[in-house]
Design a protein around this ligand. Structure first.
Ligand SMILES: *[C@@H]1O[C@H](CO)[C@@H](O)[C@H](O)[C@H]1NC(C)=O
Ligand SMILES: *[C@@H]1O[C@H](CO)[C@@H](O)[C@H](O)[C@H]1NC(C)=O
Ligand SMILES: *[C@@H]1O[C@H](CO)[C@@H](O)[C@H](O)[C@H]1NC(C)=O
Ligand SMILES: *[C@@H]1O[C@H](CO)[C@@H](O)[C@H](O)[C@H]1NC(C)=O
Length: 915
């Protein structure tokens, strides 16, 4: 280091400083943290409350509407054969499957008809074709033995089907119209009615005739083939022709009856296939059996298949395990809640530029990372632990049943992964609001996608496990998967370590994916942060090449821009400064506090606009103990210059050294001896002034009593020491107090170079005096670069001034020299009565023939008189003389102010750059 008097704070000192600051900060925000940690408690209470509520609803049997049963049909002994049970609500009867049902209803054995009727096709095959054809003919009745008084029994005889033939076996929904009667041949208009019972009333229902076609195929393989084609919606005719059923009569003959039946199991009714096949299969077999009986025993024989009936059942309760109902989505959401919290906290420090402010005062990336990570880890752990503890206490099985070590490992890995992901994601956002919104959308989308998409994939055994693992690379899904697996095991005995070897258990994959991903992301997060904060890649692997490349390009660039950038007629003093810099660079770089050599900043033009030259070839050298003031109109490039010097942006070309350290490569070292007072106060609202100074003082390696002293001294120097001000939170400070605190921060810890961007803006005159004194006092042994719009300030504080217009220095000198050089005239004002105006003019001409009149109004005139042409004494003499000649109301003569100089220079420079 160039300056041995100040050694940089070590890693641990910095970490310690940040930790102390964060602890104080979090102490102030304790309620936010308590709220966060108690969120799981609230969630658990909510779940518990819901559970209790549902349990009590079920246990309070008396309060629940009672089940009433209606008898639909009595047998001969007067006992009930069929009943439906349900509740009476508002005079209406609502069947309920929760009631006990002693006599379930009888369901007619209808066939499930294909949707594409008519006609319906039945495929047959077997060894003996002629037998097969006889059986096929026998299957359907030749006439319709319809008789309205026989009711249900008839249905079995007329071979009826429906497109929706399977009502709920307990609550007896009405059969939906239309019903179909399958016959060999349909007569026109062959619609008739049969009495069908819907609930307790018997109503006639229309029955339509449907032609049934039987098709003989040579082998069961052909049948299979045809069915498969039918399934693919393209049979041999190329038409959609769904098939009712198919029979293989095998080796049946007059003594033996063997049959295979194909039925279509793909029909669905409200997602249930089993109900369909429950009726469909026995009915199909019954058809074949009856056909065979007719063949072997004569046409009158039949097996009557009247109805199917479910078994009576006891009263059941609702499925009311709240956690099971909420599923893995719920806990995924609860845990994901942490993500927006971490993300917003990171983005907040970025948005408020607090991170860069800390960096500029010497806080390295390492300590920042470590402390931030540790803090988020601490908070996340507390959150998860409180969730697990409250969950276990309240008997939520997913927490209480599974092995705690497995849970701990899983959650531990997940929160680490989550924090590192937040670090990466945070680098994309610069606005807290956007980050919050996006984070919450992600949280909800993750839960929903997990529940409705990802879970299906997990349950689909045929979905390749490798793809599942790929999907789990998205951290939200690996969380979902883990919770899902824990939930699956919670229904049994809970997950144990030995269960992880089970191939159906996805937990080990999840743990593996999370571990690897965490390490990977951590690395990326670190690299990204490096890039963002320093503008170049300098973490292992990709990096060295890239930064070298950049150097080359930045060196080559200026060579062909030099002519047009250099102001043709560079001012004498500016040229002199440039020579001095060149000389210094050859001799010793360390002798000066700051050396800038031909520093340039070009912002590449966007959308076809020309490049913007913010700083064009700036060369200055500042010795220690000097305060250099930068004046210039807005947009002149002062802030670009300061941004380069404090490491916010990289110069396009040129070199700059701070105590011999290169700002391109050794910024980290420079930071430890630098102070910055940014244009906008960057303070923590909830920290007090003293805490701010303590923090920055520690970063500057001040310790113990030296620290306390330095803090008190600096508070005193900016007049913030009295009236308990140091211990009030910065948020309560007035604008001026904040400004003074910012200046105090920039000066604490004896920095060797201090940058102050308009330090006194918005201060009242008294505070400004204090501030000036503080700065004057501070500039003894350090270099201060100060920008300001107040000429008074510049004149009082600065040893040298540079006027900066349009990216380049117009002049550089101390205030006095500037005034003589650029403001080379006195301003002479005299007020007389109007008739003597001419006399005044003559008087001025006598003093100086080159005087110029700048203002004239009803007897008041103003002239600019070149300084070298007059002596003040002459002016007084002339005025005395004039007073004796005519009536002089008032007169005055003033030297040009710095303000005049400034306006003069700026106007001239802008005029040349325009021309
Ligand atoms: C096929 O069945 C018919 C009708 O029952 C019968 O007359 C005939 O003998 C059978 N053929 C053979 C090869 O069994
Ligand atoms: C209906 O069936 C009953 C007995 O099964 C019989 O007495 C009656 O004659 C039949 N009616 C018709 C119209 O076939
Ligand atoms: C079935 O076999 C018979 C004789 O073996 C043949 O004539 C007929 O074309 C075959 N039918 C089909 C559909 O293959
Ligand atoms: C079985 O039922 C499904 C669903 O209605 C239908 O798409 C398919 O074509 C049917 N298969 C046959 C062979 O009829």
């Amino acid at each position: 280091m160039a300056d041995p008097s100040l050694s940089a704070a070590s890693f641990w000192t910095q970490a310690d400083a940040l930790l102390r600051k964060n602890v104080t900060y979090q102490k102030r925000n304790v309620w936010t943290n308590v709220r966060l940690i108690s969120f799981p408690l609230i969630i658990c209470l909510l779940v518990l409350g819901l559970q209790t509520l549902m349990n009590s609803v079920d246990s309070l049997g008396e309060k629940r509407p009672k089940c009433i049963c209606k008898c639909l049909q009595k047998n001969k002994n007067g006992q009930c054969d069929e009943e439906i049970c349900g509740n009476e609500a508002q005079g209406e009867f609502i069947p309920s499957s929760l009631c006990a049902i002693r006599n379930p209803i009888e369901l007619p054995p209808l066939l499930q008809l294909p949707l594409a009727v008519p006609p319906v096709t039945v495929l047959t095959t077997g060894v003996n074709q002629s037998l097969g054809e006889i059986l096929a003919r026998n299957m359907l009745p030749s006439s319709i033995p319809l008789n309205s008084s026989t009711g249900m029994a008839n249905i079995a005889d007329v071979i009826m089907g429906s497109k929706d033939p399977s009502p709920d076996p307990y609550n007896g929904r009405a059969l939906s119209e239309p019903l179909y009667s399958i016959q060999h041949q349909c007569k026109p208009n062959s619609t008739f009615s049969v009495p069908i019972r819907a609930y307790s009333t018997v109503t006639p229902q229309g029955v339509q005739c449907v032609q049934g076609r039987f098709l003989w195929l040579n082998s069961s393989a052909e049948v299979n083939d045809e069915l498969y084609k039918g399934y693919r919606k393209g049979n041999s005719n190329g038409k959609t022709n769904e098939i009712l059923a198919a029979y293989d009569f095998l080796n049946s003959n007059s003594k033996v009856f063997n049959v295979n039946v194909w039925f279509n199991s793909s029909y669905q009714h409200r997602g249930e296939t089993d109900r369909i096949s429950r009726v469909q299969v026995p009915r199909s077999v019954n058809l074949a059996s009856n056909a065979y009986l007719r063949y072997s025993q004569g046409p009158g024989t039949k097996i009557l298949f009247e109805f199917v009936k479910a078994m009576p059942k006891a009263e059941s309760t609702r499925d009311n395990d709240v956690v099971a109902l909420l599923g893995a989505i719920f806990f995924t959401w609860v845990i994901l809640q942490l993500f927006p919290v971490i993300l917003t906290s990171l983005v907040y420090e970025k948005q408020q530029k607090l991170r860069i402010m800390m960096k500029m005062h010497g806080l390295g990336d390492g300590p920042y990372w470590m402390i931030s990570y540790a803090y988020f880890f601490f908070i996340s752990s507390l959150y998860i632990i409180s969730l697990a503890i409250f969950g276990s206490i309240m008997g939520i099985r997913i927490f209480s049943v599974n092995d705690y070590i497995i849970q701990a490992v899983f959650y531990l890995l997940y929160i680490n992964l989550q924090i590192s992901v937040a670090f990466v994601v945070a680098s994309v956002f610069s606005n807290v609001k956007t980050a919050t919104v996006v984070a919450y959308i992600c949280v909800f989308a993750t839960g929903l996608l997990g529940g409705f998409l990802f879970q299906d994939l997990i349950q689909d055994e045929s979905f390749p496990r490798v793809w599942i693992m790929a999907v789990e690379l998205y951290p939200g899904f690996s969380l979902y998967r883990g919770i899902y697996e824990l939930g699956q095991n919670a229904n049994a005995n809970g997950m144990r370590w030995k269960d992880l070897t089970d191939s159906t258990n996805g937990m080990k994959e999840v743990l593996m994916v999370m571990l690897l991903e965490w390490l990977g992301i951590l690395f990326i997060a670190y690299c990204k942060d490096q890039v963002v904060s320093s503008g170049s890649w300098n973490c292992p692997f990709f990096l060295t090449q890239k930064s070298e490349k950049k150097d080359i390009s930045s060196i080559r660039k200026p060579s062909f821009q030099k002519q047009d950038v250099l102001v043709p007629m560079e001012k004498h003093d500016v040229a002199q400064e440039r020579e001095k810099v060149d000389q210094l660079l050859l001799e010793s770089r360390t002798s000066q506090a700051v050396i800038c050599s031909d520093l340039r900043k070009v912002y590449p033009g966007k959308d076809g606009n020309p490049d913007k030259f913010a700083v064009r070839g700036l060369s200055i050298a500042l010795p220690r103990g000097e305060c250099f003031g930068m004046l210039g109109p807005n947009g002149a490039g002062k802030s670009s210059f300061i941004s380069m010097m404090i490491g916010l942006t990289k110069p396009t070309s040129g070199k700059a050294y701070v105590h011999g350290l290169d700002i391109q490569t050794q910024m980290d070292k420079i930071y430890t001896s630098m102070g910055v007072c940014p244009q906008h106060d960057l303070l923590w609202e909830t920290l007090t002034g003293r805490e701010h100074l303590l923090f920055y003082g520690r970063l500057k390696n001040l310790k113990g009593s030296a620290l306390t002293e330095a803090v008190e001294e600096s508070l005193k120097s900016v007049d913030l020491f009295n009236g308990g001000v140091p211990d009030k939170q910065a948020g309560t400070y007035s604008g001026g107090m904040k400004r003074r605190l910012s200046v105090a921060i920039s000066l604490i810890g004896d920095p060797k170079v201090v940058y102050m961007d308009e330090p006194s803006t918005g201060l009242d005159p008294a505070s400004r005096k204090y501030l000036w004194n503080a700065v004057k006092h501070a500039k003894q042994d350090r270099a201060i670069i100060l920008t300001t719009h107040s000429m008074e300030e510049a004149e009082i504080l600065c040893d040298r001034l540079g006027i900066f217009v349009d990216g380049s220095l117009q002049c550089i000198a101390n205030a006095k020299e500037l005034k003589t050089r650029y403001g080379g005239s006195f301003v002479f004002t005299m007020t007389t009565s109007k008739i003597h105006e001419k006399d005044v003019e003559n008087l001025v001409r006598r003093l100086s023939p080159n005087a110029a009149q700048v203002y004239q109004l009803s007897g008041t005139q103003k002239f600019e008189i070149p300084k070298h042409e007059v002596r003040i004494a002459d002016v007084f003499r002339e005025v005395e003389h004039a007073k004796s000649q005519f009536d002089v109301h008032a007169w005055g003569i003033v030297d040009t102010t710095l303000e005049d100089v400034f306006i003069n220079v700026a106007r001239k420079a802008q005029a040349t750059s325009l021309s």
